[in-house]
Design a protein around this ligand. Sequence first.
Ligand code: EPS
Length: 373
Amino acid sequence: MLSYITTGESHGKYLAAILEGIPSGLNMELDFVNAQLARRQQGYGRGGRQKIETDTVEVMGGVIKCLTTGAPIGLLLMNKDFKIEQMPELFRPRPGHADLVGSLKYHQGIRPVLERASARETAMRVAVGSVCRVLLKTFGIELTSHVTRVGKAHIGEEENLTVAEINRRVKKSEMNCICPKTEIKMKEVIDEARRRKDTLGGQYEVRVTGVPIGLGSYVHFERKLDGRLAQILMGMQSVKAVGIGLGTEVGSRFGSESHDEILHDKGKGYSHSTNRAGGIEGGVSNGSDILVSATMKPISTLGQPLASVNMLTKQPEKADFERSDICAVPAGSVIGEALVAYVIADAFLEKFGGDSITEIKRNYDGYLKQIHE
Ligand code: EPS
């Protein structure tokens, strides 16, 4: 079973993570991990901070000569914009942010709250998830994501694109969007938000291919794969809703338009004619691509701040403004990929677990043989 913990503040000296449960014998592919970190920094609508930082992680432990040893993996990322000691305290909490509740709950000022609630911490989640992704690649499981909505700009009726096709289409997109026309509209609404000193949220979809039948469980609620995906994505800053397959649309359809008919082929085994379920039935992966979407709220740091209260005087005042992003949905999609990779890797290790890659391969091959009988 996997677990991880992160430490570090947005403007502290560093961010770090410890990832526990990766078996021995995995080729670490640090360049791949750092390439994912670079992807997270991109996207139209990001603020000034990304021009300052060049996120790369160093491995602190659990890897010798590029191979994992089975020990906890330590990852370290140095912040260039390290200035927490000189940063002013804030007194006017931003509506929608953790400022107010965090300050009251932990009995401290707003500064320590925003330093930890900041989405900067997601850099470490991307690092951790990317190591998991290397593990998944070893077993033929690949992931991608794309932005489906920013404010009122959204892509049309979803085509059933493969992971490879999505990767090809989003390659040159600053919005991680599969449709060039929609990308223009997305940029226009971001420009409008910038002019209005406002912010925007949106939606992205993560697709996973190569997942075998049988990850997760219908037996225990906490082992359901869809439940685990929802929990990890909702745990990401700004995420307000998660959908699997058709998501909320399934509530407005007939059953005959909601489920996927079952097929069997002597060579390929069982499959489904469509993928409305998003690759999960009864909390268990069914062999189709896993499709999961997440909806992000607009960032709560507004150039034209909303009404708030000065926590010193208790008088009404406008909320504080700090340098921030206008829209972080393209970054969110990269973070979502990493989080989904973590959950799939965790469920994969739960099913085929062993202490080394060799042992897991043996278990996996045996299982594939069994379900094709
Ligand atoms: C964030 C505020 C901004 C964002 C930051 C999240 O940082 P700063 O206050 O330094 O301008 O850029 O996101 C990142 C730094 C990042 O790497 O994602 C916030 O308040 O959550």
